[in-house]
Design a binder for this molecule. Structure first.
Ligand SMILES: NC(=O)c1ccc[n+]([C@@H]2O[C@H](COP(=O)([O-])OP(=O)(O)OC[C@H]3O[C@@H](n4cnc5c(N)ncnc54)[C@H](O)[C@@H]3O)[C@@H](O)[C@H]2O)c1
Length: 426
């Protein structure tokens, strides 16, 4: 067996602990050497959980610098909230560690440039764990696009449509009030704050930073009423959150233009009642489309007309099977146990990171990807503040996107379709 990857794991909140116990601690080629959090009970839960799953007892620490000083550690997971995270990730890279960070939104563009600068200076790969890049619909789409079945791509849609009032903000309340890390940001910022679940996979479809790039961004925001109205209904008209000022608009629409002429429409929709969670993933080409909202994948050569309802009834499951990405085919064949709705994509994105560490290759989601996706926050904030003006999108590669060194070919690649059944997924 190849040498185990030794991991230091920082941030044991809802997401961090979940990913640790459902994924990382169960991997036979990983040893979780450290678990780190400021909170004693979370540390204990992580220690016991890792021990139970792997038979190995991790060292519990509160100061993450201990991980960085340990030459045995190959990789660090940074799973804290958004504040202080870029600095922590850069410290990990400076210590020569492969670094994984969760999804999110930068406070300002300097953070994005600093991440790229740290990567270029240290050579330490950094991977945003954008799990939706490895979800089934998105991976089927990579396969379909690779086979040219959509023709020339012209327009894409993506969204984060998730009623956070009901599902997140007011679920975990103690005597100091709701604790969700994103809620305070809704008071101070007005921007597209959660673009990566849609934009990550779309960037891979559009080959952003690999021959193509975003050139302009325009954002507009609706007024902000949803949180106040929800709090008034649930906690009373005089309650604190019913009367608090929130800057974040309820609906934010963002348009991006690409150098190759493709447009992308992103929607953030998190504080009004809505019926279901959606990423509204859509790719429109000259001869076909992928449409999450209607659960349809359609190509002209299938016959019928896309504007006639009978031709485009929900056919996703059938099309998923027909155009399954080899990684998912193998995932299902290996019969990996299911642990909730995020299960396959969470497992796969974490395997992608761990295998890159094992093979000492760059990660399939790299520093330039992270910089572009994180930059949507500050760029959209500026556009909204200026009344919906078009702002220039920085080129974080400084021209290299036109002639990048090809990324490693491996089964977790998001640039090529690689079938590598000899390497197990678990
Ligand atoms: N990819 C996904 O599907 C998905 C889903 C949910 C959340 N997330 C992302 O996961 C991240 C974490 O979210 P969460 O809900 O777990 O947040 P959380 O606030 O529940 O947890 C953060 C944890 O980090 C710890 N922490 C903070 N600073 C620390 C420090 N200096 N040293 C050690 N520990 C520290 C806190 O004590 C806390 O336990 C966010 O970036 C979020 O956007 C991703």
């Amino acid at each position: 067996m190849t040498k185990k990857v030794k991991v230091g794991y920082i941030g044991l909140g809802r997401r961090g602990l979940g990913v640790l116990l459902r994924n990382v601690a169960k991997m036979k080629d990983v040893e979780v050497k450290y678990v780190c959090d400021l909170d004693d009970s979370r540390l204990e839960e992580a220690r016991a959980g890792v021990l139970e799953r792997s038979g190995h007892e991790p060292i519990m620490i509160k100061d993450y610098h201990e991980i960085l000083r340990d030459p045995e550690v190959d990789a660090v997971y940074v799973m804290i909230g958004w504040t202080g995270r870029p600095e922590m990730a850069i410290e990990c890279m400076e210590a020569g560690k492969y670094t994984a960070v969760e999804v999110g939104c930068a406070d300002n563009l300097d953070e994005c440039f600093a991440l790229v600068e740290a990567y270029e200076r240290t050579g330490s790969p950094v991977m945003m764990l954008e799990n939706c890049c490895y979800d089934r619909r998105e991976m089927v789409t990579y396969n379909i696009v690779d086979q040219g079945l959509l023709g020339e791509i012209v327009h894409c849609t993506g969204a984060y449509m998730h009623n956070l009032n009901e599902c997140e903000f007011f679920k975990d309340i103690d005597k100091e009030g709701p604790k969700h890390y994103r809620l305070p940001l809704y008071r101070t910022r007005n921007c597209e704050n959660y673009p990566t679940h849609a934009l990550g996979p779309l960037s891979k479809v559009l080959r952003i930073n690999k021959g193509n790039r975003f050139t302009k961004l325009v954002s507009v925001a609706s007024k902000s009423r949803g949180i106040n109205a929800y709090a008034a209904r649930h906690f009373g008209a005089d309650s604190e959150y019913a009367n608090m000022e929130f800057k974040q608009g309820d609906i934010v629409d963002t348009l991006l233009t690409c150098e190759n002429g493709v447009t992308v429409h992103l929607t953030l929709d998190t504080t009004l009642p809505r019926s279901y969670y959606s990423r509204d993933f859509g790719v429109r080409g000259t001869v076909g489309f992928v449409d999450e909202a209607r659960q349809v994948i359609w190509f002209e050569h299938m016959g019928g007309h896309s504007c006639i309802a009978e031709s485009v009834v929900n056919n996703e499951q059938e099309m998923f099977k027909k155009y399954e990405h080899p990684l998912y085919r193998q995932y299902f064949e290996e019969g990996i146990e299911d642990e909730g709705s995020h299960s396959s994509m969470d497992w796969l994105v974490n395997r992608a990171f761990i295998e890159a560490v094992q093979k000492k290759i760059n990660t399939p989601i790299d520093a330039y990807d992270a910089a572009v996706w994180l930059a949507i926050g500050p760029l959209s904030a500026r556009s909204i503040a200026e009344g919906g003006t078009a702002v220039d999108f920085p080129d974080f590669t400084r021209g290299k996107y036109l002639n990048r060194e090809p990324s490693p070919r491996c089964k977790y690649s998001l640039d090529y379709i690689v079938d590598e059944p000899e390497t197990p997924i678990h």
